[in-house]
Ligand binder design. Structure first.
Ligand code: ZN
Length: 238
């Protein structure tokens, strides 16, 4: 079950056998803060079924969610081996399971495992590519296209078509007013792509129809990730 997380799955079996006792599962409910900016990293957290929102807070007290993190990565995977401090807010967006390792054990495992180091570097490259693409997307593409992209990303990262996500959370993720999100969702609902329920969030009814609405950023990111994987394969082969 913990190896459903891509970083944990990358660990060599003999090292996993040695270190797996250090990983403990925790069930978190949506809305729970895992970290605030400035927190010291004591635990590295690997979601398997939970989805984590990463957010930025300004010195004026404003906050905005900038990325979603699921079973492809971990909270604190870079920082535990660097500054040992978190610079963003990490909040559980969709409740579920997170596997936790003490930062000290994680650092020992990171030193021992070439596969984990490689997977963490690829994860960092993917997150940077995602941040660049999202900055371009916010400047270039319409709200409905961006909403479709965000919903599909959330489906992919949580392995679910039922997304317990509110209009408020989506407005924070897309950096637009909630009324603008409500209008874009109403349009997608009329098309039959999604169904919204005030209490339960959003259900994606037609993944392919939503793909047709989304902007080109999903394709650009898929290409960037493929490029990262190909270059890694070439580097490992040479
Ligand atoms: Zn876009």
């Amino acid at each position: 079950m913990p190896r459903r997380n891509a970083l944990i799955a990358s660990i060599e079996p003999e090292l996993w056998a040695q270190f797996h006792d250090h990983f403990k599962p925790m069930e978190f409910e949506g809305g729970r803060d895992l970290h605030r900016p400035g927190d010291e990293i004591n635990l590295v957290q690997f979601p398997t079924t939970a989805l984590i929102a990463l957010g930025v807070e300004t010195v004026a007290g404003e906050s905005v969610k900038v990325a979603l993190l699921g079973h492809e990565g971990a909270v604190g995977a870079f920082e535990a081996c660097g500054s040992r401090q978190i610079s963003y807010r990490a909040t559980v967006q969709f409740g579920g399971l997170v596997w936790q390792s003490p930062a000290q054990s994680y650092r020992a495992l990171y030193e021992a495992s070439a596969s984990l180091r490689s997977a963490v570097h690829r994860h960092m490259e993917s997150l940077l590519a995602e941040a660049r693409q999202h900055a371009a997307c916010n400047a270039l593409h319409g709200v409905e296209n961006r909403l479709a992209r965000t919903l599909l990303d959330a489906c992919d990262k949580s392995d679910s078509l039922k997304l317990p996500i509110t209009q408020q959370a989506l407005s924070e993720l897309l950096g637009v007013q909630r009324t603008t999100i409500a209008a874009a969702m109403a349009s997608l609902q009329r098309d039959g792509s999604i169904r919204t329920d005030r209490g339960r969030g959003v259900e994606v009814l037609d993944y392919k129809a939503l793909e047709a609405v989304t902007c080109s950023c999903r394709d650009s990111l898929a290409f960037a990730r493929h490029d990262i994987e190909s270059r890694r394969a070439e580097t490992c082969a040479s």
